[in-house]
Design a protein around this ligand. Structure first.
Ligand SMILES: NC(=O)c1ccc[n+]([C@@H]2O[C@H](COP(=O)([O-])OP(=O)(O)OC[C@H]3O[C@@H](n4cnc5c(N)ncnc54)[C@H](O)[C@@H]3O)[C@@H](O)[C@H]2O)c1
Length: 347
């Protein structure tokens, strides 16, 4: 891929997916600038990119305050726009916070991109959550949009900003709608990041896995290296046929099987089945798995890593590095967000 010597910005580059992308971009010889404001309650962790810290410029700034990043943004040809909040639960608890992070900051950032790097390729990490509870499976890009939580609504607004500016010719933007992503460098000290981060944390630190409901709901987890491949292809393709691509994992697995694979990897007791807690039932979408046919046909991407293999690699990573992700004696982190944590930058 053509990244050698290329200037590239990764927003959210200290977080889970962003940092894995940064590592690969450095390997490919790109000149990488990370813009991350280390939002409380998101997954920023400088350790994620410690191994390449001397080859990456890191700007601690909020993309919603573009004056702070005007210099790095000027004339950049490719932006991987991964800054965002992933927690559906947080979005329901603090909707204004989610609105600020996932929508308002994005609108301001894209306006700055148009001003400072008109026509830039902007690859945005959207989410499958915008589809809501599937009306059919697998879910393709033509599936109706009907999000059931604030996170899905706000991410959809940001998706539409990207598409709108592409349509107007101001930016060359493309949106990848990601399913549940897992792998090394996920935040382990932040609660409410989805069931996979809880499963991984418990698989490494010990503790029983719980399956909510009957365990038959399907998910198609996608390994982060596969997601990085998709992002790189979307950033590199000279002439995009489409502007929206679904990105899913290689297998549709029932939650009970996902939990079994984790417990097998960790050598733990079998998972326990539980009723859905009401706050989770409210935002549960039932079964979901992705039709990734469009990105396969148009960009030549396929997910390669099967869940058992990806989970083994993930657990091996955290067994070695957990001290950088979770304080000893804190295996079940509490949510530290409160009404005063809307601000993106610490005062
Ligand atoms: N992880 C998943 O399963 C998943 C699924 C679908 C979509 N996504 C999307 O992918 C992106 C990355 O997710 P992740 O899992 O790496 O999350 P993450 O929380 O690990 O990383 C997000 C990063 O963005 C930064 N950030 C947030 N708002 C910012 C702002 N206004 N300015 C600068 N930095 C900001 C945070 O500090 C954090 O480092 C998000 O946009 C998310 O919605 C993730």
């Amino acid at each position: 891929m053509n990244y050698e010597g290329k200037r590239v910005i990764v927003t959210g580059g200290l977080g889970f997916i962003g940092s894995n992308l940064v590592l690969r971009l450095v390997e490919l010889g790109a000149r990488v600038t990370v813009v991350d404001s280390c939002v409380q309650g998101c997954g920023a962790n400088p350790y994620n990119i410690a191994s390449v810290a001397d080859r990456v410029e890191v700007v601690k700034a909020d993309i919603g305050e573009p004056d702070c990043i005007a210099e790095v943004l000027r004339g950049v040809p490719v932006v991987f726009n991964l800054a965002g909040e992933i927690s559906h639960i947080h979005s329901m608890q603090y909707p204004e916070r989610d609105l600020e992070i996932n929508t308002l900051a994005q609108m301001r950032f894209l306006e700055a991109c148009i001003r400072l790097s008109p026509g830039a390729r902007v690859v945005y990490s959207g989410t499958r959550q915008v589809y809501g509870a599937p009306q059919y499976l697998p879910v393709d890009e033509l599936h109706p949009v009907n999000p059931i939580d604030f996170n899905g609504v706000h991410k959809y607004a940001a998706t539409m900003y990207h598409l709108m500016f592409s349509r107007s010719g101001d930016l060359d933007a493309v949106v990848l709608r990601l399913t549940n992503v897992y792998g090394p460098r996920m935040a382990m000290d932040v609660p409410c990041q989805g069931f996979l981060s809880t499963y991984i944390r418990r698989t490494v630190t010990g503790g029983r896995l719980q399956v909510f409901g009957d365990g038959r709901q399907l998910r198609d987890p996608v390994y982060v290296d596969d997601v990085v491949d998709a992002l790189l292809l979307a950033g590199n393709e000279p002439k995009l046929v489409s502007r929206e691509y679904n990105v899913g994992g290689p297998q549709a697995l029932p939650l009970s099987e996902i939990a079994d694979i984790c417990t097998h990897t960790g050598g733990m007791a079998p998972p326990e089945q539980r009723e859905f807690p009401p706050e989770r039932k409210q935002i549960d979408i039932g079964s979901y798995y992705t039709d990734s046919g469009r990105i396969e046909r148009e960009l030549g991407w396929t997910p390669k890593v099967r869940f058992a293999d990806g989970m083994a690699q993930t657990v091996a990573y955290y067994r070695e590095h957990m001290g950088h992700y979770l304080k000893p004696g804190e295996p079940n982190p509490e949510c530290k967000l409160g009404p005063g944590t809307y601000r993106l930058m610490p005062a």
